[in-house]
Design a protein around this ligand. Structure first.
Ligand SMILES: NC(=O)C1=CN([C@@H]2O[C@H](COP(=O)(O)OP(=O)(O)OC[C@H]3O[C@@H](n4cnc5c(N)ncnc54)[C@H](OP(=O)(O)O)[C@@H]3O)[C@@H](O)[C@H]2O)C=CC1
Ligand SMILES: Nc1nc(=O)c2c([nH]1)NC[C@@H]1CN(c3ccc(C(=O)N[C@@H](CCC(=O)O)C(=O)O)cc3)C=[N+]21
Length: 299
């Protein structure tokens, strides 16, 4: 039987550990983990994620602030807010929701966040640490970190001898995911839009990670029997069968085709998405523990 990996349940376990860790930090050293989420503009999908991040932060017992700036906010103003948050001792983690409006250079904004508060793991310092194997002191991007926890649930922590294929090479998902799989001793291939014969490459994968942003692009017959399939894609598509104007979420994998072949597979929704938010909470707790000189829990 195919194992449909319950990301919501694993995420709840992570959040429970975070909540306990936060309570201990508050009780023992009087430090409350603090997170600031910044959103520029009113993209409805972004707003949903940002609200659920703030809700989870409260659930973890964190101090949580949300900054909603108008879409036309100039870059200097955002940089100045980041400067204030960097200097604020009550804030341990800063997340600036991406993408940003076009007048703002996101690379500049990301590099302006203090690496010690970069709970998204996008700053060069954290990217460099992940790339050189200094994972214990890095912040690892939340989506790949959460995806790895799901892989570990199925395959264990040491993935020696397994072939991994990551489809997608973004800085946010594909590249850090490939680095984590490499650190766990997989033989890793990163595929992208210029890759030749993607179906054949995918069929070599014991662990197949889809982070493309194309609804149901990865078909059933691309999946090696028994493979672990991690579907990172979140695509909202029209669902006229549910009524006029209705939509639904699908991944980058054609779930119904792939599930019978896969050994284990993540659904969308309820797979990687909830893990991303849980790992953001985990990274924020770790940030707070580091500033307080307390050993953080292991995830
Ligand atoms: N679950 C979660 O928490 C999160 C989900 N996501 C979702 O994950 C998906 C990927 O996100 P992200 O990495 O930011 O996306 P990007 O658009 O930044 O990257 C997409 C990657 O897919 C590759 N690609 C595009 N088309 C093809 C194709 N036909 N064949 C092979 N490769 C292709 C691109 O290749 P090239 O580089 O050559 O252009 C690129 O490397 C999206 O659906 C996004 O919504 C993202 C973040 C968090
Ligand atoms: N700086 C930054 N960091 C991010 O981590 C970041 C970002 N910007 N921009 C946007 C993407 C996307 N992302 C998601 C998080 C949770 C779900 C999630 O919880 N999804 C639910 C469904 C939610 C729904 O119904 O819409 C699920 O898959 O079950 C999805 C997507 C984080 N991102």
């Amino acid at each position: 039987m195919t194992d449909v990996i319950d990301g919501k349940k694993v995420a709840e376990e992570v959040v429970a550990t975070v909540r306990q860790g936060a309570a201990k930090l508050i009780a023992e050293v009087g430090v409350t983990p603090g997170i600031a989420v910044v959103i520029v503009g009113k993209d409805p999908a972004s707003q949903v994620y940002v609200n659920s991040k703030s809700r989870k932060a409260k659930e973890c017992g964190f101090h949580s602030v949300q900054h909603e700036l108008p879409a036309e906010t100039p870059e200097d103003e955002l940089l100045s807010l980041i400067g204030d948050l960097n200097a604020d001792p009550a804030i341990h983690g800063i997340l600036v929701q991406l993408p940003l409006p076009k007048q703002i250079d996101s690379a500049r904004v990301i590099q302006a966040i203090s690496p010690d508060k970069d709970v998204d793991g996008f700053h060069f310092v954290n990217v460099g640490k992940l790339g050189t194997g200094e994972i214990a002191s890095a912040f690892v991007p939340c989506t790949p970190a959460g995806s790895m926890l799901l892989v570990e649930r199925v395959r264990g922590r040491d993935l020696s001898g397994l072939n991994a294929v990551v489809v997608g090479r973004s800085n946010i998902v594909g590249k850090p995911m490939a680095n984590l799989l490499l650190a766990a001793n997989c033989t890793v291939t990163i595929a992208h839009s210029r890759t030749h014969d993607l179906p054949a490459l995918c069929r070599t994968a014991d662990i197949l990670v889809a982070a493309v942003g194309r609804p149901e692009m990865i078909r059933g017959d691309w999946v090696k029997p028994g493979a672990t399939v991690i579907d990172v894609g979140i695509n909202r598509i029209d669902a006229p069968e549910r009524g006029e104007g209705k939509t639904r979420l699908v991944g980058d994998v054609a779930f119904d085709e792939a599930a019978p072949l896969a050994g284990a597979i993540t659904p969308v929704p309820g797979g990687v998405g909830p893990m991303t938010i849980a790992m953001l909470m985990a990274n924020t707790l770790v940030a707070a523990c580091r500033t307080a000189g307390v050993e953080p829990p292991r995830f």
